[in-house]
Design a protein around this ligand. Structure first.
Ligand code: MN
Length: 205
């Protein structure tokens, strides 16, 4: 079998986000969890017509299809993780500037109100999932998705995301998901990536 998908490299060194997210966390999160989704999907689509499609096409084709739930979950988790790594950078965080800042002001009435709402979405999502800032038809909104689900399957364009599955933070923050979300907003979020996505017609990874 020839692998259709490969594990993308992290966009920075594995220790580059310390002390906020440790190399130990990323070793498991990228090297084990993300890698497992890639391995699983390659096995599930081998010998099927899905192997000819892009990751986004596989996600949209299998979204909501109970018979292909495993394919969807692994494909979407590959996409979501690649997007999550790019949503962070060393020295990131704080309030954005430029067009993305204006769009946030327009939608939420200011950065502080956005930050409070995004933090709440990340902290309160029950169980495993993701919190996103999305462009929904020209207006920004905060979206929560459960498990592997992704806004690209619901007509919304993601700009950034935070992974709130326990495996994303438990080694560094244990049960303190709100502290992880605060640190993510203050020290990690990559607003340049959000700006690039805002300008794209369609976001792919
Ligand atoms: Mn994860």
């Amino acid at each position: 079998m020839t692998d259709r998908f490969t594990l993308p490299d992290l966009p920075w060194a594995a220790d580059a986000l310390e002390p906020h997210i440790s190399a130990n966390t990323l070793g498991f999160h990228h090297g084990k969890h993300h890698a497992a989704y890639v391995k699983n999907l390659n096995g599930l689509i081998d010998g099927t017509d899905l192997k000819e499609l892009s990751l986004e096409e596989i996600m949209r084709k299998t979204s909501g299809d109970d018979a292909r739930k495993g394919v969807f979950n692994n494909a979407a988790q590959i996409w979501n993780h690649t997007f999550y790594w790019r949503s962070m950078k060393p020295g990131g965080g704080g309030a954005p500037t430029g067009a993305i800042a204006s769009k946030i002001d327009e939608a939420f009435g200011g950065y502080d109100a956005f930050k409070s709402a995004f933090h709440k979405a990340a902290a309160t999502l029950f169980g495993s999932g993701w919190a996103w800032l999305c462009d929904a038809g020209g207006k920004l909104e905060i979206v929560q998705t459960k498990d592997a689900d992704s806004p690209i399957c619901h007509g919304k364009k993601p700009l950034i995301t935070i992974d709130v599955w326990e495996h994303a933070y438990y080694l560094d923050y244990q049960n303190r998901r709100p502290d992880y979300a605060t640190t993510w907003l203050d020290s990690l979020v990559n607003w340049e990536y959000a700006q690039e996505n805002l300008e794209r017609a369609d976001v792919t990874v």
